[in-house]
Design a protein around this ligand. Structure first.
Ligand code: ZN
Ligand code: ZN
Length: 461
C-alpha cells in the first residue's frame, strides 16, 4: 500500500486506528458504557416525531442540586482574553498574575494557572500545533528520524497562528486542538504504561472517534485556506497526519463543534467582549443561557452535547462551582428519574423592553441562526398563543409562521453511524433500546406527555 510505505510505521498505525470507520463492531454496546453510570444520566432514542437522542435523568434531584460534573474534551479562550493572558489557556481559570506559569515556547500569549495545566496542554495539543518537540516519543521514533520536520514545522505553525490571530474565531482552534488530542490519545495507547495526559476521560474505553462520530452536526463550510493551514501543521509534525482531516472530515468536525459547543462564563457572564462585525448568520454561537457575547470561552463536552434545548429549560450549565471549564449541570427545579434534561442554548429571558412576542421571536431567530431549527418547545407554543390572542388572529397551532430569516435544515448524523444505529434500534425496538440500567427504564410518562412538544425541537426539515 503506497500510503503505508510513505510514512513512518507508527504514524501509519495512528492514522489507520483513528480513521477506522468500522462502526458496526462498536455500535452495539456503546451506550451501555456511556455516559458513565456515576453521572446519573442515560441517552435515550426518541423515534417520533423526529428521531433523535435525548438525555434522561436516572435519579431524582432537587432544585439547585448538581446533576453531574463534566470536564471538557477541548476548550478555547475567547480571542481577546487569550491575548490579555488573564485566564489559563488550558482550564480557563482566572489567573493570579503573580503566580502565572508562562511557557517557554508559545505563539499565543498562553498563560497557565499551574504547571499541571501547562503539561496537559502541551501533551494534548500545544506541542503538536505550536511547539518544537517531537510528537513521537523517542521509543517510537524511526531510526533514521523524520526528514524535513523541523524547518517545515516552524513555518507551518507560524502561518496557522497568524491565521488564528487575524480570524479571531474559536472554532478553527477548537478543531485543531481536537485533532491533536486524538493523536495524543493514540500515542498514549502505543507506549504503556504512561500516565494518560487526557483529563476528560481517564478511564474511558471509547476513543474520541467513537464519541465524536455519534454526535450531530450542522453543515459548516471550512475555507480552503483554513484546511490547508491546519493540514500543513499536522503534516509538518508527522507526515501522514494530515489524512486525519482529509476528504470532508474537517468540515464535519467543525460542524460538530459548532452544533455542540457550550459557552463558558462565570458569575452570569462578562461585559465588554468585543462586538463581532460579522453578519448575524456568520457570528459564532455557543450554547449558553447567558449569551455567547458574555462568555469567556468555548468548550466541548461529550455527555452535555446530548442536552436538548428548551426555552423553558430544567437544567443549566454552571462553571462557578469549579471556576474552570469543568461544567456542573444544575437542576432548575425538582426533577424526577426519567425526566428529559433540557438547557437553554440562548438567552431565553424576556428583556424589560420586550413583549412576549418579541422575546419569542428573538430567541427563535438566534436558534435558527446558530442551530438551524425552528424551536417548538412548550414555551414557544404557549407564547405563540399569546401572540395570536393579541393580534386577534385565530391560532392555527402552526408555529412555522415566523420568518426566522435563515434557511433551516436538519442536523445530520454521519452516514455510517445513522445506518448502523437504525438497524440496531430496529432490532431492539421491543426492548429498552439504550438504557443499560438493570431495572427497566421507568415509563417515560413525563417525556411522552409533559415534554412532548420538546421532542420536536430538533431541526425540522
Ligand atoms: Zn489551568
Ligand atoms: Zn422554544
Amino acid at each position: 500500500m503506497l500510503y503505508e510505505k510513505s510514512v513512518p510505521p507508527p504514524v501509519f498505525k495512528i492514522v489507520m486506528d483513528l480513521m477506522n470507520l468500522d462502526v458496526q463492531t462498536r455500535a452495539a454496546g456503546y451506550y451501555d458504557h456511556f455516559p458513565d453510570r456515576s453521572m446519573s444520566v442515560v441517552v435515550k432514542v426518541i423515534k417520533e416525531p423526529v428521531e433523535k437522542k435525548i438525555l434522561i435523568l436516572d435519579k431524582d434531584v432537587k432544585a439547585g442540586e448538581v446533576v453531574y460534573t463534566e470536564k471538557p474534551v477541548v476548550a478555547v479562550l475567547d480571542h481577546d482574553l487569550q491575548e490579555t493572558g488573564t485566564y489559563c489557556t488550558h482550564c480557563l481559570r482566572s489567573v493570579d498574575l503573580e503566580n502565572v506559569v508562562i511557557p517557554q515556547v508559545d505563539r499565543f500569549n498562553s498563560v497557565y494557572c499551574s504547571t499541571d495545566c501547562e503539561t496537559r496542554s502541551k501533551h494534548q495539543s500545544q506541542n503538536l500545533l505550536f511547539g518544537r518537540e517531537s510528537v513521537l516519543p523517542p521509543a517510537l521514533l524511526p531510526m533514521e528520524g523524520i526528514p524535513g520536520v523541523a524547518e517545515n514545522r516552524n513555518a507551518a505553525q507560524a502561518a496557522f497562528a497568524d491565521y488564528l490571530k487575524s480570524n479571531v474565531k474559536s472554532l478553527p482552534l477548537l478543531v485543531a486542538r481536537f485533532a491533536a488530542r486524538q493523536v495524543d490519545a493514540e500515542i498514549n495507547k502505543m507506549i504503556p504504561p504512561k500516565t494518560r495526559t487526557d483529563d476528560a476521560l481517564a478511564n474511558d474505553e471509547n476513543s474520541d472517534y467513537d464519541h465524536m462520530e455519534r454526535l450531530r452536526y450542522v453543515d459548516t463550510e471550512v475555507t480552503q485556506e483554513e484546511k490547508t493551514l491546519l493540514s500543513n501543521v499536522l503534516a509538518a509534525a508527522l507526515p501522514g497526519l494530515e489524512r486525519l482531516l482529509g476528504d470532508d472530515r474537517h468540515d464535519i468536525l467543525k460542524g460538530k463543534m459548532r452544533y455542540n459547543s457550550i459557552g463558558v462564563s462565570f458569575n452570569g457572564g462578562r461585559d465588554g467582549k468585543p462586538v463581532s462585525t460579522d453578519r448575524p448568520e456568520d457570528i459564532e454561537r455557543t450554547r449558553t443561557p447567558h449569551g455567547t457575547s458574555r462568555q469567556i470561552g468555548t468548550a466541548f463536552y461529550y455527555v452535555s452535547s446530548y442536552l436538548g434545548h428548551s426555552c423553558d429549560p430544567n437544567v443549566r450549565p454552571s462553571f462557578d462551582e469549579t471556576g474552570t471549564s469543568e461544567l456542573s449541570l444544575i437542576a432548575l427545579r425538582d426533577l424526577k428519574k426519567g425526566d428529559e434534561l433540557t438547557m437553554a442554548y440562548v438567552d431565553v429571558a424576556q428583556l424589560p423592553d420586550e413583549s412576549v412576542t418579541e422575546a419569542r421571536r428573538r430567541r427563535r431567530q438566534e436558534l435558527a441562526r446558530g442551530w438551524k431549527f425552528a424551536c417548538e418547545c412548550s414555551k414557544c407554543v404557549v407564547d405563540a398563543l399569546v401572540q395570536t390572542e393579541n393580534s386577534g388572529v385565530e391560532s392555527t397551532g402552526n408555529k412555522s409562521d415566523d420568518d426566522l430569516g435563515v434557511p433551516l435544515e436538519k442536523a445530520k448524523l454521519e452516514e455510517a453511524v445513522a445506518r448502523v444505529e437504525a438497524q440496531l434500534t430496529q432490532a431492539a425496538v421491543s426492548e429498552s433500546p439504550v438504557s443499560p440500567a438493570s431495572e427497566p427504564t421507568p415509563a417515560p410518562t413525563n417525556v411522552d406527555d409533559e415534554h412532548a412538544s420538546e421532542r420536536a425541537q430538533e431541526p425540522t426539515a
